[in-house]
Design a protein around this ligand. Structure first.
Ligand code: PGA
Length: 248
C-alpha cells in the first residue's frame, strides 16, 4: 500500500484538528493507503481512537526510556498516547534543535524498542546541493545511523528523502531527483544491512508536494509514498492527494 503522511508541524488547535478529522475520517480511500498524521502532541488525545484507518505519529521522540529529561517525551509514552510512528531528525529539528545523525540513531533504537515505526528524515540543503555534495550528505546521514545501529534494522524503518531546499519552497524536487535519492538510500541500506532489510524499507519523498505533483512521484517505482507538510493542513487538499495516490 502507498504511504501518505501528514506533518502538521506547529499548526492546529484541538478544535482545528478535530475538524480536519471529521472531514477526512469516513473516506473509503483511507482503506487503500497507509495514512499517518503527525499532529502537535497537544491534539493527540482528541484524535486518538476516532478513526481506525488513520495512524498517529509524533514529530519527535526522546531517546531515553524515562528519567529526568525535562521537555522530552519517550517512545513508550508516545505509544501510550496512541502513536504508532514518530518522525526522526526532520530538517527543522536538525536546524532548530541541533539534532544530528547520532541522536537520530538513538531515537530510532528507542522507537523500535517500544514497537513504533521511525520515519527517519534525510536530505541535503541548498548549499550542499550547489556544491555537488548532495549525494555525499545523504549517504552520510544514512550510513552514520546504520553504523550506530550496528548495521541491523531492529524493526520497520521508513526513510523520507526531504531535500531542505524543497521544503516549504513551493518548488519540489523532480520525480527523477527523488527517485535517484531513493535508489542511493536503498543501495546504502542493502550494502550495510542485507537484502531482507532493504526489502522491508519504505521510502518517502517530501518537500512542497501538492495534489498536482502526486502522480509524478508515485509513478516512480522506488518511491513508496509522500510526507506532506503545508498541503496536508487543508483536509480538501490532503484528500485530493490521497485520491490521486490510490488511483495511481
Ligand atoms: P512541505 O513540508 O510539504 O510544506 O514542503 C514537508 C515537510 O517538511 O515534511
Amino acid at each position: 500500500m502507498p504511504i501518505l503522511a501528514a506533518n502538521w508541524k506547529m499548526y492546529k488547535t484541538i478544535a482545528e484538528a478535530q475538524a480536519w478529522l471529521d472531514a477526512v475520517a469516513d473516506r473509503p480511500a483511507l482503506e487503500r493507503a497507509e495514512v499517518v498524521v503527525f499532529p502537535p502532541l497537544t491534539t493527540l488525545h482528541a484524535l486518538r481512537g476516532r478513526c481506525q484507518r488513520l495512524g498517529l505519529g509524533a514529530q519527535d521522540v526522546g531517546w531515553a526510556e524515562q528519567g529526568a529529561f525535562t521537555g522530552m517525551v519517550s517512545a513508550a509514552q508516545l505509544r501510550d498516547a496512541g502513536c504508532g510512528y514518530a518522525l526522526v531528525a526532520h530538517s527543522e529539528r536538525r536546524r532548530y534543535a541541533c539534532e544530528d545523525d547520532q541522536a537520530a540513531a538513538r531515537k530510532i533504537a528507542a522507537l523500535w524498542q517500544a514497537g513504533l515505526t521511525p520515519v527517519y528524515c534525510v536530505g541535503e540543503d541548498a548549499a550542499e546541493r550547489e556544491a555537488g555534495l548532495g549525494e555525499a550528505r545523504l549517504q552520510t546521514q544514512v550510513e552514520t545511523v546504520l553504523t550506530a545501529l550496528s548495521n541491523e534494522l531492529g524493526g520497520r524503518l521508513v526513510i523520507a528523502y526531504e531535500p531542505v531546499w524543497a521544503i516549504g519552497s513551493g518548488a519540489p524536487a523532480t520525480p527523477a531527483q527523488a527517485s535517484d535519492a531513493a535508489a542511493l538510500i536503498r543501495k546504502t541500506v542493502l550494502s550495510r544491512c542485507g537484502a531482507a532489510a532493504a526489502a522491508r524499507l519504505s521510502l518517502l519523498y517530501g518537500g512542497s508536494t501538492s495534489p498536482e505533483t502526486v502522480r509524478g512521484f508515485m509513478a516512480e517505482p522506488l518511491i513508496d509514498g509522500l510526507l506532506v507538510g503545508s498541503a496536508s493542513l487543508d483536509p480538501n487538499s490532503f484528500l485530493a492527494m490521497l485520491e490521486v495516490m490510490v488511483d495511481a
